[in-house]
Design a protein around this ligand. Structure first.
Ligand code: PLP
Length: 381
């Protein structure tokens, strides 16, 4: 009989839970489920990164590191971000156990109870939960009328944010839409952020996974260096979800405040995992390129398959997700699709955008094809 804190009571259980429970039940019955709900690459971590971790363990890198991260890794991250046009040094970097923890620390560093956080819907599920746990009130801009592009929604964004907005979250390439926002869109965000003195989180978790377009870092735009917190990690680009390694880059005064949360909670990211991260950043371009090519081929195949069945899916140029238009009751559609067709997807309402199902194409072409065939055979397409 606990008197729970409002911070947990304000957060809903994940809308994806019902789907993964159903998938687990079916699999326990021996039924083959085509799982297009996963948010992680289906590839193994590249061999050179694993070797670096083993070597690091053998070298005895098993103690705590400095709380903000191993100096050489922070330097390698700063180098990567400088190449993206962000003016930073190792002192601007905090290495965290996953990008999710980076976001957690950022929200808790900036948000007081009642502060306003603006999201672009559909938005990755944990932004809302984390913002609410920090006490935020949310304002939201719906990108679904614009095929999930940001540029045509700038007027809506301008009408939503104000001097009361503390923080805006931008995620390009986007989970769940795959959209990569244009430079014009990002410049529009910059103008609003400067006008209303808004801090912006730029979640660039999928920046290595783009197809024929370059992802621009918000923090590289004039006027944004002092107000952008750039978040990234190793999970998606290097197929390292289980290693738990991420980071953020922020002005030094922000780093010293957020560093208190890091040092009093997780202390630091895992020592030998950080050493593997150095190898990932410095020597993995080829493997990253191969994964990118595979994702691109799958995206193209899937879009064509949907088109063959008369379904027009807004195609993004990055990440490994797309939003399939489905019934208004997307939760029922997703539950039905898994029960009848044994295909698992995630309801768009989990991302603030009902009427869609998020498809992850981090699965082989055979499985994607099988998934579409099953949806067609069961009248879900
Ligand atoms: N940001 C986005 C948009 C994501 O999709 C994810 C993972 O699904 C994360 C952040 C967090 O990733 P991790 O904590 O594995 O670094």
């Amino acid at each position: 009989n606990f008197d729970f804190a409002s911070r947990v009571e304000r957060v809903e259980p994940s809308a994806t839970l019902a789907i993964s429970n159903l998938a687990n039940e079916l699999e326990a019955e021996g039924i083959d489920v085509v799982d297009l709900s996963v948010g992680e690459p289906d590839f193994d971590t590249p061999e050179n990164i694993k070797t670096a971790a083993k070597d690091s363990l053998d070298a005895g890198d098993t103690s705590y590191t400095s709380s903000n991260g191993v100096a050489e890794l922070r330097a390698a991250i700063a180098e990567k971000l400088q190449a993206d046009g962000i003016d930073c040094t190792a002192d601007n970097i905090v290495v965290t156990p996953g990008g999710k923890q980076a976001l957690y620390e950022i929200f808790h560093t900036l948000i007081d109870s009642g502060d306003e956080v603006a999201l672009l819907d559909p938005a990755w599920v944990s932004y809302e939960a984390q913002a609410k746990m920090a006490g935020a009130d949310l304002s939201r801009v719906d990108l679904s009328p614009y095929d999930f592009q940001l540029e045509p929604a700038l007027d809506d964004l301008a009408a939503t944010v104000s001097d009361d907005t503390e923080l805006l979250v931008v995620n390009s390439p986007s989970n769940p839409t795959g959209a990569v926002y244009s430079d014009e869109a990002l410049e529009g965000v910059r103008d609003l952020a400067v006008e209303h003195d808004i801090t912006v989180i730029s979640d660039e978790m999928y920046d290595e996974i783009t197809y024929g377009v370059e992802q621009t870092s918000l923090g590289s735009l004039d006027g944004m260096a002092d107000r952008t917190i750039t978040v990234n990690g190793f999970s998606k680009a290097y197929a390292m979800t289980g290693w738990r390694l991420g980071y953020f880059c922020a002005p030094e005064e922000f780093v010293s405040q957020a560093g208190k949360i890091q040092s009093h909670s997780v202390s630091c990211a895992v020592n030998f995992v950080q050493h593997a991260g150095i190898e990932a950043l410095r020597n993995t371009d080829e493997a990253v390129g191969e994964m990118r090519d595979a994702f691109r081929d799958r995206r193209d195949m899937l879009v064509n398959l949907f088109a063959d069945h008369g379904v027009d899916v807004p195609v993004g140029d990055g990440a490994f997700y797309m939003m399939l238009p489905v019934d208004d009751d997307d939760q029922a559609w997703c539950e039905g699709a898994i029960e009848d067709a044994h295909v698992a997807t995630v309801p768009g309402s989990a991302f603030g955008t009902p009427g869609y199902a998020r498809i992850s194409y981090a699965a082989s072409q055979e499985r994607l094809q099988e998934g579409v065939e099953r949806l067609v055979a069961n009248d879900y397409l």
